[in-house]
Design a protein around this ligand. Structure first.
Ligand code: BG6
Ligand code: MG
Length: 214
């Protein structure tokens, strides 16, 4: 079946915000006397806030009561919001605007498939909202990645079959989500590898529609 729709994860794919999520997790761990090195970034990436906290606690051995967890989640989000307070077009990765312009001009339908509650804010501040027919965010789905819900809802709202959609992802949890939804996945990875992705790009810079040939 030919590709008709493109569904983009947001954080770490279109905008340089994954680093701010990690900075907020680092700050939380630091409050509990633990220094998170960069090795913790991947397991915390692309999953829900709540799931990331549980993984952080598992990996570090920090323990929290139920109430402490709720407070920690609030804190993490306020720090994250503090870090992205001044976010603007400059946070959009190189080549993204040109690629979105190109695919829109070629008639592809486009969606955001992110489970972040902060997606709309980021899209507005970075000027990206206008490129998308549909925005699926944390308020529209109940099951976080790696569950396929976010991408299945994206395809449904684009009025396409999942097999007609290609997903752009930077996190293993998101790749698994899209694969379970039976979609092709283009991994976006600065290192050039992403487990499970059908293809991997390191940048949108210079990318054209040939990347959508499968
Ligand atoms: C994803 C991020 O887009 O959204 C994750 O990759 C984050 O790191 C998740 O945990 C939830 O985001 P938020 O903004 O609702 O805490
Ligand atoms: Mg991401």
């Amino acid at each position: 079946m030919s590709v008709k729709g493109l569904i983009f994860d947001l954080d770490g794919v279109l905008v340089d915000t994954a680093k701010y999520h990690f900075m907020a997790w680092k700050r939380l761990a630091k409050e509990h006397g633990v220094d998170l090195n960069d090795g913790y970034a991947e397991p915390l990436k692309g999953i829900s806030r709540k799931d990331a906290l549980e993984i952080l606690l598992d990996l570090t051995g920090i323990s929290m009561s139920g109430v402490e967890k709720l407070r920690a989640l609030d804190k993490k989000n306020s720090w994250y919001l503090e870090y992205i307070m001044d976010i603007d077009e400059s946070a959009v990765f190189e080549g993204v605007l040109e690629f979105l312009d190109l695919v829109k001009s070629l008639g592809y339908k486009t969606a955001i498939g992110s489970t972040s509650d902060n997606s709309s804010l980021i899209l507005e501040c970075t000027g990206l909202t206008r490129f998308f027919d549909v925005i699926i965010d944390g308020y529209k789905v109940t099951k976080p990645k790696p569950d396929p819900e976010v991408y299945l809802v994206g395809a449904k709202e684009l009025q396409l079959d999942p097999s007609e959609c290609v997903v752009f992802e930077d996190a293993v949890a998101g790749v698994n989500s899209a694969k379970t939804a039976r979609m092709k996945v283009i991994g976006v990875s600065r290192t050039g590898s992403l487990e499970g992705a059908d293809k991997v790009i390191t940048t949108f810079s210079g990318l054209d529609e040939k990347i959508l040939d499968f």
